[in-house]
Design a protein around this ligand. Sequence first.
Ligand SMILES: O=C(O)C(=O)C[C@H](O)[C@@H](O)CO
Length: 352
Amino acid sequence: MPAPHNPFKAALKAGDPQMGCWLGLADPYVAEISAGAGFDWLLIDAEHAPNDLRSIIAQLQVIAGFGSHAVIRPTVGETWMIKQLLDAGAQTLLVPMVESAEQARELVKAVTYPPHGIRGVGSALARASNFSAIPDYLKTAREEICLLVQVENRKGMEALDEILQIEGIDGVFIGPSDLAADMGHIGNAAAPEVEAAVLDGMRKIVAAGKAGGILTLSPKMQRECLDIGATFVATDIDVTLFASAIRDSAKAALSLLPDQSAHGTAETSNASRYLQQLCKHWSHKAAVEFDPNAGTIRFDGGNQVQMSATATQLAVTATTGPRGDLERWKGVVSRHLERFAFREEFSLVWQD
Ligand SMILES: O=C(O)C(=O)C[C@H](O)[C@@H](O)CO
């Protein structure tokens, strides 16, 4: 009985595009929900997410019951880490920060048993061999291990041609975020120079007969990479999906509650001047509408000011969202108006 078949590796070999999702919530409950969503593969991230061997094993166990394939990204491509992940039952690894053919060569040895590699023999204890229930695991494991490497800086891109020559590397993933940073465009993987480098690298990978992969939230880049022939493309991240959805949900819930408002007046013959000064002062960072007699200032976070001016009085309404700090906001508005009215005895008296 051989090592379990790796359908993901077979699909990449057949050039059959596999669509994936990043898992960074580091929780088997979330992995189980994600595994039932329909993605072809799920990346369990131990580089940028709080995963450890135990959390990875728990996620491998729940994903095993679904059609999605688990791809594990170790923190670094260390032999000891790879040994533990393979014994834990990972069959596909995505190793970050590969910068040279020599590094790629060492990774191939780390996933290969002796005499051709250096993977330690411990299958008797390993989940990978179903705890020795697979008698010829040692002889058949390598064929079902899919080794993917990440090229994600200028050094790695310069070595890409040599990396692509290394036998035993099944695919190369280009990391746009890290590549952007190394190219001087940190936080901007959409920079034209970065996108061009990513697409050029992807063409080289596909032309070399290796599987090309990427994680990009850009529909344009997803399409372009697939059109080039990339075969493992991740299009979303569980962390950002959840964070965005729950923030929107909280905003919608709070929008059902009433805003908080306070009303104040100041006796002054310069009401229109101060109204217009405050509107102009905040016009660069808020939505402002005003004329000499009335003005409205709306900030994105929910803080607002409405003002009206007569020949003798300035009327002000300060508003915050249902959970805003109204007292603080009243103080901010008062201090700004008092600063504009420094030439006179000015007092904004709040009625509530
Ligand atoms: O450089 C990249 O892009 C990647 O390797 C993916 C990131 O590590 C992932 O955390 C999304 O930013």
